[in-house]
Design a protein around this ligand. Structure first.
Ligand code: NAD
Length: 327
């Protein structure tokens, strides 16, 4: 038991350090695959010894404490993470858990690309963008509205006059990331490790003119009306509504009526991912019907009605990254 406790402490310490580097200072020292592996080891140990799970374990927390650089906003609805799965067998297992609530294995899912960026929550009131907040630790995030206002695909005004919250992912297209790193190379500055890191580092810049110069982009995928949730009952309708309000949705998402369609979608985008203009690290699978979300439920960290199917890690190195250090 003492050995297990020691292993748990070592894993937690390592993961917490990596989380701080990734979420707070935007400078990861290890790649996602190494992080994911350590997290899987921690989950496996905790599953064998549930009595040793502590509230401060990274398996029980979203993100990391936010930096002091920005003012803070509290999310009215927590911004959760997603449970990861790494195989088709685990997707089938997820469907079996859903079937316990729906009574059938034939469930309808909305499959979306998992954009490798950072999540953002936007609140609109009377048609005006009033807040833009990073996920942070899921409860409290950073107020980045001045920076978000420089992003062309996020309107400052929308037709809907009620109070709505729209969430999604801010990202940098691959070619924009390359342009930034080329400039950094000329300036002999440390390079960004990848587009996700560059997007996070850019959005959390204090100088909005730098943000404006970097062409951040956004795909939105979550809609919540504070005044009337009754008109939007499914994820497919939520996406249509987001689009109708003039915000950008990812066009590659697909309604899958059964597991065969879902499997075909995952296989299709496993092959297409490198041809996309932006990086994705998996597929997000969402149960389409909102009316059962509360019944399907939540863990402290993730909803149970959605999962992230993660692609196998790719080894990618560019010439630039070979020569110069990264941030
Ligand atoms: P996650 O990134 O695995 O999944 C949750 C996030 O997916 C959401 O918060 C949302 O921002 C995003 N997302 C993208 N497209 C989406 C869509 N269509 N619908 C819904 N959500 C979508 O979980 P996480 O908790 O943000 O981060 C954990 C992951 O981050 C790890 O698995 C690892 O890959 C990476 N990480 C890496 C390091 C490192 O040091 N390299 C450190 C910490 C975390």
């Amino acid at each position: 038991m003492e050995l297990v406790k020691k292993q748990l402490e070592q894993l937690k310490k390592k993961i917490n350090k990596w989380s701080e580097e990734y979420y707070v200072i935007d400078a990861p020292s290890v790649d996602d695959a190494e992080y994911d592996l350590a997290m899987q080891q921690l989950k496996a140990l905790e599953a064998q010894h549930p009595e040793l799970i502590t509230q401060d374990s990274p398996t029980q927390k979203v993100g990391h404490v936010v930096s002091e650089k920005f003012a803070k906003n509290t999310h009215k609805i927590p911004m959760l993470s997603l449970a990861d799965v790494f195989s088709w067998a685990e997707v089938e297992n997820f469907n079996k858990q859903i079937a316990k609530v729906t009574g059938t294995l034939d469930n309808v899912y909305y499959a979306e690309l998992k954009i490798d960026g950072l999540s953002i929550s936007l609140n609109y009131e009377n048609g005006h963008l009033i807040t833009a907040t990073t996920r942070g630790d899921g409860v409290v995030g950073e107020n980045v509205i001045n920076n978000v206002k420089t992003i062309k695909s996020i309107p400052h005004l929308i037709p809907d006059q009620s109070h709505i919250e729209i969430r999604g992912e801010i990202f940098l297209a691959k070619k924009e990331f390359e342009k930034i790193n080329e400039q950094k190379l000329i300036n002999q500055e440390p390079l960004f490790a990848n587009p996700r890191n560059a997007a996070a580092g850019t959005l959390r810049q204090l100088d909005s003119s730098v943000v404006a110069s970097r062409n951040l982009d956004a795909f939105l995928y979550y809609y919540f009306s504070w005044d009337d949730q009754s008109k939007i009952l499914t994820q497919s309708d939520a996406l249509k509504e987001i689009s109708a309000q003039g915000l950008k949705i990812n066009q590659e998402g697909r309604l899958c009526h059964n597991l065969a369609e879902l499997k075909a979608y995952i296989e299709e985008y496993t092959h297409k991912r490198n041809a996309l203009d932006y990086e994705i690290d998996g597929i997000v699978i969402k149960f389409n019907d909102f009316s059962l979300y509360d019944k399907i439920g939540y863990t402290v960290k993730t909803p149970k009605w959605a999962i992230a199917y993660k692609f196998p890690a790719e080894v990618k190195e560019t010439k630039l990254l070979d020569i110069f250090p990264t941030v």
